[in-house]
Design a binder for this molecule. Structure first.
Ligand code: ATR
Length: 287
């Protein structure tokens, strides 16, 4: 029997998608990452023959991953917790911004070199720029890893007065010195007025911290913009209270969206529509 008789001629065969470039995210754990949805959506809507995968990589396999990235080669990758700092010495070059933050969240190739960059900074600043408000002063709550990208972002925005406070004072003092910011004692965080207050602490995050608010409930100081880098829940206690008190609020999903927009631009040279991504991600988060 002729083969044609067994395999019907079908349009399906014309639609087989054969990726030519491979991207992905490395972290541990990586199960709930929203990045694959964003980047695969981007590749598909832009008609790019690329695919973005999730790679759970243990800390002691990071060097093996870099070897794999060079061998395959992997065209680009997102880097998340716990690898953002440890990957720095493993790439060929870090951008000045990544070096300033002390963390890499994006790998890409440039002139044959594996580059480490940080798009969390641009992700953080874009939603502030979009408010049309140019904050003259800002206070950062928390001094963990995430606060470094926030401090770098505030200095990129040209915020005149940048202050930082943290439950453990020494960590805030250290970052204040490094980023040329003012140290404020945790207990005195609401004593002065700031145009912008950014929460980078775990308070308000889904789980055991969800009911907590890093900003004192009885604080009188007026905030123009309250920004929480957490996106789960979308409206933390901090944001809900600040909104009631008349502040514009920015949630962590915005930072996530814009860091991804910048990654995609680096990899493909094309722009993702942040409004599109917001719809996609809100849909995913509500499922
Ligand atoms: P990330 O890398 O996401 O910033 P992290 O390094 O674990 O996470 O930092 C968590 C931040 O939340 C820290 O600033 C931490 O303060 P300490 O440095 O004092 O630990 C802050 N944080 C966690 N629990 C807190 C609490 N109960 N009250 C105030 N701050 C808290």
């Amino acid at each position: 029997m002729p083969v044609e008789a067994v395999i019907p001629k079908s349009k399906c065969f014309e639609k087989i998608f054969i990726p030519e470039k491979i991207y992905g995210i490395i972290g541990n754990p990586i199960g709930h990452s929203l990045s694959p949805a964003v980047h695969n959506h981007g590749f598909q809507t832009q008609g790019l023959k690329s695919v973005y995968l999730k790679w759970e990589v243990a800390s002691d396999s990071l060097e093996d991953f870099i070897t794999a990235a060079r061998t395959l080669p992997i065209s680009g990758a997102s880097v998340t917790i716990p690898h953002k700092e440890r990957i720095m010495p493993l790439v060929d070059r870090t951008t000045d911004l990544a070096a300033k933050v002390g963390a890499v969240n994006t790998l890409y190739w440039e002139d044959g070199l594996l580059m480490g960059h940080n798009t969390d900074v641009a992700g953080f600043t874009a939603p502030i720029r979009n408010t049309g408000i140019k904050p003259a002063s800002a206070l950062v709550l928390g001094a963990g890893g995430a606060s470094r990208a926030v401090l770098a972002g505030l200095s990129e925005l040209g915020v005149g007065k940048i202050a930082i406070c943290n439950r453990t004072a020494s960590k805030a003092q250290f970052l204040a010195a490094e980023f040329n910011a003012e140290f404020v004692a945790w207990e005195e965080r609401a004593d002065s007025e700031y145009d912008l207050v950014v929460n980078t602490t775990s308070l308000g995050m889904q789980g055991k911290f969800q009911d907590m608010n890093p900003w004192p409930e009885n604080a009188n100081s007026k905030i123009k913009i309250a920004y929480d880098i957490v996106y789960n829940p979308l409206k933390t206690n901090f944001l809900a209270r600040a909104e009631q008190n008349g502040a514009q609020i920015i949630n962590g999903l915005e930072m996530f969206i814009f860091q991804a927009v910048h990654q995609f631009k680096i990899w493909t040279g094309t722009e993702l529509d942040p409004d599109d991504l917001r719809i996609l991600l809100l849909d995913l988060l509500h499922k």
